[in-house]
Design a binder for this molecule. Sequence first.
Ligand SMILES: [Zn+2]
Length: 569
Amino acid sequence: MRASQLFARTLRDAPAGEEAPSAQLLLRGAFVRKVMAGVYTFLPLGLRVLRKVEGIVREEMDAAGAQECLMPGMVPSEPWKATGRWQAYGEDMFKLTDRAGREIGLGPTHEEVITPIVDADFSSYRDLPVNLYQIQWKYRDEPRPRSGLIRGREFLMKDAYSFDKDADGLREAYRKMVEAYRRIFERCGLDFRVVEADPGLIGGDVNHEFMAPADIGEDLFVHCTACDYAANVQAASSRAPEGPPDEDLQPMNVVETPGRATIEAVSEFLEIPPERMLKCLLYRAGDGLVAVLVPGDREVNEGKLARALAPSAVEMLTDEDFRRAGLVRGFVGPQGLEGVTVIADPHVRAGANWVTGANKEDHHATGVNVDRDFRVDRWEDVSTVQDGDPCPRCDEGTLRVGRAIEVGHTFQLGTRYSEPLRARFLDEDGKEREFLMGCYGIGVSRIVAAVVEQHHDDAGIVWPKALAPFDAVVIPTNMDQEDVIRTAEALYGELRDRGTEVVIDDREVGAGVKFADAELIGFPLALVVGSRGLASGVVEAKFRATGDRRDLPVGEAAEAVPGLLAEAP
Ligand SMILES: [Zn+2]
């Protein structure tokens, strides 16, 4: 490819409104152009990268025994209504109406399409297992599309669906997919962690996320400093503290705290650190009321709370609920709460002499102690883990919180979809059974952005060799010198003949512009042909990742390139 013909006008500055480094660099490097919020065109350079990610994903999925198919982007509403997801997705799903008034969706995922197809064509346990995948554009009406390709409204995904006759089969299908995912992310040059994910209200099912650590990431995950425990913050636990503390119990006292209705305000007013205060939050769970207790420096994790109270739906109390229960918002404590289920986080066991609401306007109680002053009906892990908490799995480690981009998600669905869609087969005994399903997603276009987030510097992108749009760029520095152009063209031609993916920067621009663009676009290797080097019979090879330079004799340069590329990360 000739740079003079390549459709790639690089930009000196990123367009306003793009904050993620990957979005800025992919726009500046002419990989993508924004069409509207959350929707991008892949230009020739960007499409080459996207195709390389696709190629890796396809190879590993095929090697793991999955079979590629292609489902439509447009999906009928009926099966989505049967699984409840037409309603559950709500406005996050693009919905349209055709000329006959039929409701149609743009698929954010495809369980509702593939399950009826497998059900129609496979009727016996002898047909199983099968794993079908596709690489297809997906749609999601994000309320706030941002971070370029990380959270778009149209995005390329690989999604696979496994169908098995029993739990062992499902576990084996799942294991194969997790192994394939590890190889995919390794080959893409991503630093990643496999973390335990929030199972949501489905509960119980095994579920992992593949997280690429990045400052811009929207997901928080914890990992242990000593063992391999890692989990999404929404799902993570820490080791429950020992308790009770070795501390004399004080008598309970009620003190005035005029107008102080928050932990911070009371903590400041009474000069008591937040961790000595007892946060008491009220929720409605089904028909009942629930009080949730956590130390004042911790947050209630509503995902964990929802799982602890499932299948009841959990909602915060309204002002009307407070009034009816005779409780004062901002001054609630667990003392003497009647007709309310009191749930406490294990961290509460390790504290004593709490300061909490006195159930009276503008008053708090001090010296409040569990069992003596209030009862706990259920001990449940309902708080969000914090940086520095002890690991739940080993004795030595502490948990660290990091930001990451979710690049993959694997899920043992069980009969979550086969049941409502009545997708069944006949087992060995001639009995009808529901398929046991797994689903496995990878954000193909999101990988492009995640790799840039992890591999860039001030000058631009540093593509891992496996994803770079081209392996090398040949840069003639003096376009007015015959021998420079002739040598560069010969090198370019020879590299092409040898199958190297190479660009020659034959533009009539200064060498500085060519160097800057080569670094911005991120070719793993630059081959610089200049009059000074030629005077000593050499071409200079420069590695993008390390900045290392090496002089190659002109006659041996093309031959040396495969070896140099093998050295590049
Ligand atoms: Zn650990």
